[in-house]
Design a protein. Sequence first.
Length: 261
Amino acid sequence: MLNVVVLVKQVPDTYSERRLTETDHALDRESVDAVLDEINERAVEAALQIVESHGGEVTAVCMGPDRATDAIRKALSMGAHKAVHLSDEALRGTDAPATARALAKVIGTLEAVDLIIAGNEATDGRSGAVPAMLAELLGWPQLTHARSVELDGSTVRAARETDAGVLQLEAELPAVLSVTEKINEPRYPSFKGIMAAKKKPLSVLALADAGIDAAEVGTAHAGSRVLAAAPRPPKPAGQKLDDAGDGGTRIAEYLAAQKLV
Ligand SMILES: Cc1cc2nc3c(=O)[nH]c(=O)nc-3n(C[C@H](O)[C@H](O)[C@H](O)COP(=O)(O)OP(=O)(O)OC[C@H]3O[C@@H](n4cnc5c(N)ncnc54)[C@H](O)[C@@H]3O)c2cc1C
C-alpha cells in the first residue's frame, strides 16, 4: 500500500497583522489567528489525488504547538486518513535544520513511507529549506518546487519551475516532493469530511516519543538567531508624468534608467 506523508504547518493567517516579539524577534503567534498554511492545503490535495488514483493512505505530519491541532484537523477533514502531531514546549523557536531533523525522526516512527509531500515555502518562516533538508537527512531524492506531479508505478515525475524555465524531474520512490501554488486548487472540506475528521486517528508525540534529544531543538540550540528586526520602510510615492505628447518616450527613458528594459 502506498504511504504518503504530507507535511503541514500552522501559520498566522496572512490576513492578520503579523508581528515579531520584542524579546527574541520570533513570530508572535499567540496574538493572531492561526490557519493551515495555504500551500499545505495544496500539498494535501496533491497527496489525496495520488492516493485516489493509485490507492494508499495519507498521513498528515505536523510539528507545532498544541493549537496546531486545528490545522491538522483541517487536513483530516479534506481527506487525509490519519495524523501525527509532534508537540513539545522544548520545540519553541526551533530553526529550519532542527525542524528537518525532528520531522525525519517522526517519519522514522511511521510504517514504510513512500512519498513525502511538503509546501515549497511556509508563509511565515519562508526559508523554503525544510523539504530539501529532510530529503538530505533521509538520503532520498528530492523533487522541489513542483507545479505538476504524476506517479507511474514506483517512479515519480514532476515539473519543476525555475526562473530559467521548467525542468522535468524523475525519481524512484521513496522521495520528497515540494509543491508550488500552481500545483492544484485545494478542495473545500465537506460537512461529512469535517465530521469524519473528528474520529480519525491523531497521535500526539512528545520529543522522547520520537527519539528527539531536547539538546537539538529550541531557540537555545538554533544555529542562527535574529539579532534585530525593523518594519519595512513605507513605499515611496510613485512618479507621475504629464503627457505632453512625449509620454511614451519618457516612460521608455524611465524604464531604461531603472534598467528594466
Ligand atoms: C531563533 C529562531 C526563532 C524562530 N522562530 C520562528 C517562529 O517563531 N516562527 C517561524 O515560523 N519560524 C521561526 N523560526 C524559523 C524556523 O526556522 C522555521 O519556522 C521552521 O524551522 C521551518 O522553516 P520554514 O517555516 O521557513 O519552512 P519552509 O522550509 O519554508 O517550509 C516548507 C515546507 O516544509 C514543511 N514544514 C516546515 N515546517 C514544518 C513544521 N513545523 N511541521 C510540518 N511541516 C513543516 C511544510 O510543508 C512547509 O510548507 C525561527 C528560527 C530561529 C533561528
